[in-house]
Write a protein that binds this ligand. Sequence first.
Ligand code: FDA
Ligand code: NAD
Length: 430
Amino acid sequence: MGRAFVYVVLGGGVAAGYAALEFARRGGYSRGELCIISEEAVAPYERPALSKGYLLPEDPSRLPKFHTCVGANDELLTTKWYKEQGIELVLGTRVISADVRRKTLLTATGETISYKTLIIATGARALKLEEFGISGSDAANICYLRNLEDADKLVNAMSSCSGGNAVVIGGGYIGMECAAALVTNKIKVTMVFPEKHCMGRLFTEKIAEYYESYYTLKGVTFTKGTVLTSFEKDSTGKVTSVILKDGNHLPADMVVVGIGIRANTSLFEGQLLMEKGGIKVNGQMQTSDSSVYAVGDVAAFPIKLFDGDIRRLEHVDSARRTARHAVAAILEPSKSRDVDYLPFFYSRVFTLSWQFYGDNVGEVIHYGDFTSNSPRFGAYWVSKGQITGAFLEGGDRDDYEALSVVVWRKTKVSDMSELERQGLAFAIQE
Ligand code: FDA
Ligand code: NAD
């Protein structure tokens, strides 16, 4: 049993949706030549909605409202749209092996799908506690959050937990966004993570302190510098408490785990070059095999702004852009320049909202008002006399645009105390 396509996108997440959009915009394929294969049962959607609108107690967001590419104010790519565009959606289908030399993929149902050009957009999977030696995380009231199925489990757990206690394991993006959602659903939250402060990969201690104080006022308790060792369960197998390394027991009606991800590279290990935990690509998003491209969370690509340093980014803007870049490079190779990307991350929790551009390396200076409930504060990272990164909470569109420009231009800083004094004005007047 087999089918042959010219172009195959493997994976049906954010990057796949934006790849489809770019194919449709450019044309260059005929009906039946392009397919998306996805383990998920639905057409690509904007994954960030799962920890935001999807978890709201009132009028939560549901599909088809957040299919790609609504996040970029583009078209809403529903199943009907794919049909109209002649793009085949092969949904609910897991690819279990790939043969790059033969240009074939084998699905769990035993079908062989061949391609001329493959775009790998397999994203990442949530790390499981079992991988850290802790067992029992398959309990009915322990939730991870990567896909729609996980989000539904989380919504169900929250609905039977109102007024109860949740323990959130991990102080990264999932931990912070889910803790906010749980509180909004009237659930008391304790966050547990090993670092000294939340969002350790990005936030400075001072920035983290603001969010932790804000969360504390909302009723969140922080248990930092420790990890869990096991769970206590009732006779039905439901978790009733989380046991920490220091011996403390935290009562839990539900648990949310966000302890990082691993890129889904396994189908291609030993066949394509890997780097930074992902599939290594060049500036055209092309892997070490010229017929295979990789985009989104799974791709490790050169960042010109960082002197060509290879990075694997785990953020939606990068997934969107790398996907579109790969399609442009495939369809019009002679016109395609190397990707030139400014890393951009953001988050929204409660009424707060921040954005970050660039790289958080070098010396940091902070500015603005860290005390208000409607804050406007930020930080610059400066290395070798140039701005390398910029963070801002509570900015408007023009503020963020100004920050992105100073990072993009690697604006020179001659006097750190003057930068600190000027704060946001430094970027705006540049
Ligand atoms: P993505 O994970 O979206 O898609 C991968 C697809 O491949 C999935 O459909 C999967 O099923 C499929 N697949 C994998 N292996 C397969 C196989 N063997 N066979 C078939 N299909 C296979 N970022 C940000 O910048 N701002 C934000 O606010 C958020 N918020 C956010 C919330 C939540 C809950 C999550 C989980 C993540 C975010 N992110 C984010 C991160 C962002 O969503 C992420 O960077 C993109 O989804 C990456 O897009 P990809 O298409 O690369 O992977
Ligand atoms: P993360 O890397 O942001 O954070 C992982 C956290 O896990 C760490 O901060 C640490 O506190 C904790 N941790 C690690 N090992 C632990 C252990 N053994 N016990 C307890 N805690 C432990 O990953 P995440 O929060 O799981 O997010 C998953 C993915 O989703 C990431 O790729 C992230 O970029 C993406 N995401 C992004 C956004 C956004 O950009 N706004 C929002 C949600 C999710």
